[in-house]
Write a protein that binds this ligand. Structure first.
Ligand code: ADP
Length: 374
């Protein structure tokens, strides 16, 4: 349908030179080229130390492609070039294991990171990121060394929720230093691309970004890394769940979504890839009136507890719908640190303690999950 071809794009990118070194295509710097209905996205792999200086190059590449007939939008991102092991561009893996010698190659443990837990949801807008960041801060409040990886590459929320702006730096030009705030380490696609960049990436590019944020970041030493997954349970999420060496997953749901089976989809996704589901958190569970403190259960309360039981998973707790939770996380200082003596912070610390009990203590330690290729 679309007139634009990969060849035409590569030809345009051959006109863009990285100084004296050569052109972008000739130098093998272009990867993850995606074309969808006239929308084009690709990565330019660069030495991370040169990153900031290469912004003009990135813009020139975008401009060259944008000028081609049939192109509606172009997104070029600078991405740290990968080492040989990870360099084979992954295929469009519909839930399949990564290509290469070993099917589990993308899933090896991360040195210096004791355990990794995903926070996921059946759909967007249920407060997954809010729970993820407060869980991370609750774990930190309980004395653990904590990181949070914002794997929501299409709609990263950690820059806003942690109040961090700016770009990560690198000491050695290879490994990125995570950002830090409120006592935790943070990495997000939001630090690497501008907020208004359209995220039309698919498959391989998303995976390479995730692998980079997982493996090319100086996370260690960490007791626990919380991964804020992209919302939903499609192929991209399934592949991600498969690519990250997860010890377990926490499903966030609102009462009405539990009734609508969205939480169940999340559960099934992790079961498919043999990642233990630690349990369900019911968010926006009931409403606390900011004026009188009255508690109203607008969505019918208690559904998650019953549903968790029926699904054979643990009910990990409930978080009320409270304007203070929204204001604090949208303002960059989530409730767990903004009001450490309040009831919500206590609820998140309790959630954190339970999660750590399930995955972090030595007797909870289990063999890494098996890869299942379907
Ligand atoms: P998701 O990650 O599931 O898309 P977010 O965590 O981004 O959802 O939350 C969506 C919006 O709802 C945000 O503005 C957030 O501040 C707000 N929110 C999340 N949980 C609560 C809560 N328990 N009480 C009030 N607002 C909340």
């Amino acid at each position: 349908m679309s007139a634009i071809t990969e060849d035409a794009i590569l030809a345009a990118l051959r006109t863009i030179r990285d100084g004296e070194r050569g052109d972008l295509v000739g130098l093998g710097m272009v990867s993850g080229l995606q074309i969808k209905d006239g929308h084009v996205a690709f990565a330019i792999e660069v030495d991370p130390a040169r990153g900031p200086a290469l912004e003009p190059l990135r813009r020139a590449a975008e401009k060259a492609v944008d000028a081609l007939p049939g192109v509606l939008s172009v997104t070029a991102v600078l991405t740290a070039h990968r080492n040989a092991a990870a360099a084979a561009t992954a295929p469009h893996g519909h839930g399949a294991a990564p290509r290469g010698a070993s099917p589990g190659a993308g899933r090896g443990a991360i040195a210096g990171v004791r355990t990794i837990v995903a926070v996921a949801s059946g759909k967007g807008g249920v407060g997954k990121s809010t729970v993820a960041v407060n869980l991370a801060l609750g774990l930190a409040a309980n004395g653990l060394a904590v990181g949070i990886l914002d794997a929501d590459i299409y709609g990263p929320s950690m820059p806003r929720m942690t109040g961090i702006s700016g770009r990560p730096t690198s000491h050695d030009g290879r490994v990125l230093e995570p950002m830090q705030r409120h006592g935790i380490k943070v990495m997000s696609m939001g630090f690497l691309v501008a907020e208004d960049t359209p995220m039309i990436w698919r498959g391989p590019m998303v995976m390479s970004a995730l692998q980079q944020m997982l493996r090319d970041v100086n996370w260690a030493p960490l007791d626990i890394l919380v991964v804020d997954m992209p919302p939903g349970t499609g192929d991209a999420q399934l592949t991600m769940a498969q690519q990250v060496p997860l010890s377990g997953a926490v499903i966030v749901s609102t009462p009405q979504d539990i009734a609508l089976l969205d939480a169940r989809k999340g559960l099934n996704m992790f079961r498919k890839v043999d990642v233990p589901v630690l349990g369900i958190v019911e968010n926006m569970s009931y409403f606390c009136c900011p004026n009188c403190g009255h508690r109203s259960e607008i969505f019918g309360h208690g559904g998650a507890r019953r549903e968790a039981e029926r699904l054979g998973t643990e009910f990990l707790g409930e978080i009320p719908l409270d304007i203070a939770i929204r204001e604090t996380s949208d303002g960059g200082t989530p409730i767990t640190v903004a009001e450490p003596n309040g009831p919500h912070a206590a609820a998140f610390r309790a959630l954190a303690a339970r999660v750590w009990q399930l995955v972090g203590t030595d007797d909870a330690r289990r063999a890494p999950p098996r890869i299942v290729v379907r």
